[in-house]
Design a protein around this ligand. Sequence first.
Ligand code: CP
Length: 356
Amino acid sequence: MGLPWYVGYFEGKHWLTNIDYTQEDIRKVIEAALDLKRKFRSRVPTPYLKGKTLFMLFYNRSLRTRNSFEAGMFQLGGHAHFLSPNDVYTPTLPEDMEPYKTEAIRDVARVLSRYGDGIAIRIYGDAAKWHIGRGHRVIEEFAKWAEIPVLNMEDDVYHPFQALADIMAVLEVMPKIQGKKFVVSYAYSGGLKPLAVPQSVTLIAAMFGAEVVLAHPPGFELQDHIIQKAKELADQYGGSFTITNNMEEAFEGAAVVYPKAWSPKGFFPPYNSSVDKEGAKEYQKKFKDWIVTMDLLEKSGKPYYMHCGPADRGQEVTDEVLDSYEKSLYFQEAENRLHVQKAVMAMVMGSRFQEF
Ligand code: CP
């Protein structure tokens, strides 16, 4: 049995954000993921990472990410090892070190590099002290020191594997995205969610030449460097990028809508001198009418509905939409997490010269 073309295709590279790659690279990932999805469904063995280990360090909880990475490594013939930051000396940036309680990321990264073949990390919110960008710094620090690929399982700036699964789901139902109206919208939640998903989805939609519309109430702006990059990608790939404060107007005539909650960044450093979680939650309450209903989707012309999960029922979206809207991609997005992650792991952790 020969190795498929994608094993080792990006051998040794990190996957911290999709904008380190091109649209052509992402299309290769999707092609590999589609192959792995077909093989998974027909139970064709895919032991392309036989004997290899992925260390998964979760500073935050997870359903989809943890289980899809863990199942994915098993299906590729390898092993996924779960690490809670409280069960090891917590891997920490230099300014937060505490003797015999924490360990420098630069040391953790080099130790794990001697035991296995990849390190995957999730860190945002409380774990990153709500200082937006700190979670991403943690992952960059791992990438700087690790001698094996580092994978970003979501930080406070990017969620690359979510965006890969999402674009795969869109391409499966709509092979040409260029020129189609793709709305990334705020939706209300009582919780505080990171900016990672709307930022990564906005970027990947721009990278595929969509007419991207970002909709949110005042105060929910994405980070400036993300907006700048979205504009550049829209220019580069023949799409467009606009921002509105009106959800209904944004939805009108859309091919795809991706409404989900994120936090108003002005309540957190570096956009504020202190962390004000209660203030942010109180401010969010003004926008409870940013909810996706069947009526709104029907009035808008029945776009595809997307959400990374977990969706807050009765806040971000109604039960009716999640349970019975015929153009919902909610479960397909979750399903595709498994396949895009297997694709990237085979590409970066696999070797073109290995035997299996
Ligand atoms: N979408 C996503 O990352 O889900 P989990 O938080 O369940 O991993």
